[in-house]
Unconditional design. Structure first.
Length: 147
C-alpha cells in the first residue's frame, strides 16, 4: 500500500517542525536511533522523515540542474549575440573610409567588449550559473563519497 503524500511530496502527518528538528539532528551526525531517543519519538517516524527530506533534496537537485541548463543556454545566447554584433561592427569599421564613422564604431566596439567582460566576470547570470554549478559539484562529490 502506498503512503499518502501532500502536494509537496512529503509524507502526510509528519509535522514540519518535527521534520526540521530531525534534519538538524541528522546534520549533527546523530543516528536514527539517537534522533528518536532525543525527540522521544518512534524510530519509524525518524525513518519516514529522513526519506521525505532526501526526496526533497532530490527534487531540488533536479530543479538546480534544469535552472543551470536554462541559465547557461541564455547566457550563451547573450555572448553569441554580443560576438555577432562585434563582427558586424568590425566589418563596418574596415569597410568605411569616413573617419567619423570609424571613431563612433570603435567606441561601440569598446563598449561591447566592456559589456562582454562584465558579463563574463561578474554578471548576475554568470554568478548564478557559477553558484548552481558549485552546488551540483558539491552534491556530486557527496554522492561519490557515499557510493
Amino acid at each position: 500500500m502506498s503512503e499518502k503524500r501532500n502536494s509537496n511530496g512529503d509524507h502526510k502527518g509528519i509535522d514540519p517542525d518535527l521534520k526540521r528538528k530531525i534534519y538538524t539532528l541528522l546534520l549533527k551526525n546523530l543516528t536514527s536511533e539517537e534522533i528518536a531517543a532525543a525527540l522521544n519519538i518512534h524510530p519509524r517516524v525518524v525513518s519516514k522523515s529522513i526519506a521525505s527530506i532526501l526526496a526533497g533534496i532530490d527534487r531540488k537537485g533536479k530543479g538546480y540542474e534544469d535552472t543551470a541548463r536554462t541559465l547557461h543556454r541564455e547566457y550563451r545566447f547573450c555572448i553569441d549575440g554580443l560576438n555577432e554584433v562585434l563582427r558586424e561592427l568590425w566589418l563596418l569599421f574596415h569597410s568605411s573610409d569616413d573617419e567619423g564613422i570609424k571613431i563612433r564604431v570603435l567606441k561601440m566596439i569598446m563598449d561591447l567588449y566592456e559589456a562582454r567582460i562584465r558579463m563574463l566576470e561578474d554578471g548576475e547570470v554568470a554568478a548564478k550559473v557559477r553558484e548552481l554549478v558549485n552546488i551540483l559539484e558539491d552534491e556530486a562529490k557527496e554522492t561519490d563519497g557515499q557510493g
